[in-house]
Design a protein around this ligand. Structure first.
Ligand SMILES: [Zn+2]
Length: 255
């Protein structure tokens, strides 16, 4: 017997009605053209959906998703999306967004092999093999997985930067900015991980990915940055006149 998905179609009607109620011209505008400023390259994980995480409406972000937000330079699907986004939509920002606890990345840490998925994940697998000692030194499986999720983001940003599509855009002076982010499902917050790349020169100046494995980038959420900015004036004034109880540089007690 055919299984219909009427409950989803009903939800679609409710959603469309809701949109029209709050913004009568919404669908008419959408039908005219899309002009997103962002391309999102993310994981297929059902919990990490670009529009929801970014709080954006349809039409505002162009999206490509696959397992573990991978960038294979032979992936015609991804390259077609990238070319369309850069050459036709002229997006200004390309965000590679991974997430902690990624099942795809976890597969790399697993000893089981043989599925198509392992071919897909092979570049990250090779990196892990090369630096196995660094990862094994981390305390616990969760820390190893999270660290590999971070390294994976950086690796994929570099791969986007190496495509002729992005190189050509930079060469002709088109502003295209690359960003590496990571999302935590536990708190719903994105963290800026880097690298930030806006030119071939910036890409070429990056330390190797091997260096990044041993010198991790620190992920920073916007909330953390807000807190740091709020406390910055206080920290600066502290430096200008240290409390009397702090020892001076030469070890004498300040009076
Ligand atoms: Zn994932």
């Amino acid at each position: 017997m055919t299984q219909t998905l009427d409950h989803l179609l009903d939800r679609n009607i409710a959603w469309a009605h809701g949109k029209t109620r709050s913004d009568p011209g919404f669908f008419r505008r959408m039908a005219e053209q899309q002009a997103p400023r962002y391309l999102w390259i993310g994981c297929s994980d059902s919990r990490v959906t670009a529009n929801d995480v970014l709080g954006l409406d349809p039409g505002e972000v162009f999206v490509h998703r696959n397992i573990a937000n991978f960038v294979h330079t032979s992936d015609l699907n991804l390259l077609s999306v990238l070319e369309y986004a850069v050459d036709y939509l002229a997006v200004e920002h390309i965000i590679v967004c991974g997430h902690y606890g990624c099942g795809g990345v976890a597969r790399v840490l697993d000893t089981a092999r043989g599925a198509l998925l392992d071919h897909w994940l092979q570049p990250l697998s090779m990196l892990l093999h090369k630096h196995r000692a660094v990862f094994e030194a981390l305390s616990g499986a969760q820390a190893r997985l999270n660290r590999l999720c971070e390294v994976n983001v950086e690796m994929q940003v570099r791969r986007v930067a190496a495509t002729p599509i992005v190189e050509n855009a930079w060469q002709r002076g088109q502003p295209v900015h690359l960003h590496g982010w990571i999302y935590a499902i536990e708190d719903g917050l994105l963290r800026d991980l880097g690298p930030h790349l806006s030119s071939s020169a910036e890409r070429d100046a990056l330390p190797s990915i091997d260096h990044r494995v041993t010198h991790p980038a620190i992920p920073v959420s916007r909330r953390q940055r807000h807190a740091e900015e709020a406390f910055q004036p206080l920290a600066l004034s502290d430096m200008a006149s240290p409390p009397c109880c702090l020892p001076t540089i030469n070890g004498d007690q300040e009076v």
